[in-house]
Ligand binder design. Structure first.
Ligand code: SF4
Length: 359
């Protein structure tokens, strides 16, 4: 047994996590990858679950420094899909066997927006019940920080998963990524509130932001553990040309991809039974980025179902793939990509986080 094999076989310390995240030699990286892939198979089986993504509005009241649809970016055409458009997308997803959908948007907290989201969730539930899915589509929301009362309303309407990315667990770095007024402590509190209400909670970080260290990423992984997170969605940081952070550039693409894949593998090995998404941003770095994510231990893929005309206006980072494909094209393409990794799509299943179920 060499050093890496010994390391992979024990409970990881923070230093171990740092070492594993830093691996670059192909032989070592392959050992890490295989261990993570095999553990995924052992704990979660061979299914990869689809979460049909509906980016229903790019209107946002916030100004995260890295984001392409931040409020102050005047180069973006703003849109908001109608309830009918959203529900139609979800009904289509249920019909083709996706099992779950994700409603995602920029952040708004006004009453009109909250009632709109609540009504969409209720109607999706009503219209997607069938013999193959008696409880309707699984619904994940990703609509930012809201009050506990609002989270409860969404939960009672039928949403049972919520994604709220912390982006970094380093408070200083958080304040470099967000303007004053967006508070790290409040984001953390919101994650706790979601857990209390009973959601399966997802969070995640950007990998490779300017000023971030490998130790920061190790702390992010410890943060996931400490906060008992059920679902992880992490993506490489890719600079957006209209963002205030553009001058700071980004990491070299090949090493950024490897670091992102190492993060997936280490999260799988350390957190074990959580759901991990192979995010679209991986594919912006390499044509087979999402397949690689699955080979490193991810088990969730989010096919984009946003109507084509709106899609081009929902670009949080530069070079987002799948902008010109229809939802039918995405479905066929992703199924092939998943099968090329030796996994299969878990059609008509929610594919909930096992971590949530057994804790
Ligand atoms: S990251 Fe989200 S909350 Fe921040 S500006 Fe972009 S859409 Fe708005």
């Amino acid at each position: 047994m060499n050093n890496i094999e010994r390391l992979l076989d024990r409970e990881f310390s923070r230093n171990d996590i740092v070492r594993l995240l830093s691996l670059t030699e192909s032989e070592d990286v392959e050992k890490l990858r295989k261990k993570a892939f095999d553990l995924t198979t052992e704990l979660l089986g061979s299914n990869v679950y689809f979460r049909g993504l509906i980016e229903f509005s790019n209107i946002c009241n916030l100004n995260c420094y890295y984001c392409g649809i931040r409020k102050d970016n005047d180069n973006v055409e703003r849109y908001m899909l109608s309830k009918k458009e959203i529900v139609d997308c979800a009904v289509w997803a249920a019909k083709v066997g996706y099992g779950s959908c994700v409603l995602q948007s920029g952040e708004r907290r006004d009453g009109q927006f909250v009632s709109f989201v609540e009504a969409c969730v209720r109607e999706i539930k009503e219209k997607t019940r069938s013999d193959s899915m008696p409880d309707g589509l699984g619904i994940t929301l990703s609509v930012g920080e809201q009050s506990s009362d609002v989270y409860k309303r969404f939960f009672e309407a039928g949403a049972h998963r919520y994604l709220l990315r912390i982006e970094t667990s380093n408070q200083k770095l958080f304040s470099k990524l967000h303007p004053a007024g967006q508070d790290y402590g409040e984001r953390k509190e919101a994650i706790k509130n979601l857990k209390k209400i009973g959601y399966q909670v997802g969070t995640g970080v950007m990998i490779g932001t300017p000023g971030q260290t490998i130790e920061d990423l190790a702390d992010d992984i410890l943060f996931f553990k400490e906060n008992d997170i059920d679902m992880i969605g992490m993506g490489p940081y890719i600079v957006h040309p209209d963002s205030p952070m553009k001058e700071q550039g980004m990491k070299e693409r090949r090493s950024l991809l490897q670091l992102s894949l190492n993060m997936i593998a280490v999260v799988r090995l350390f957190l074990k039974d959580v759901n991990i998404a192979a995010t679209t941003a991986l594919q912006a770095l390499a044509p087979d980025g999402r397949e690689q994510g699955i080979l490193y231990g991810a088990n969730i893929v989010m096919p984009n179902m946003t109507p084509k005309d709106a899609r081009k206006n929902y670009q949080l980072y530069d070079g987002k793939p799948c902008i010109n494909e229809t939802k039918d094209e995405c479905r066929g393409c992703l199924q092939k990509r998943i099968e090329s990794t030796g996994r299969k799509v878990g059609y008509n299943l929610w594919g909930d986080s096992k971590h949530f179920k057994f804790n």
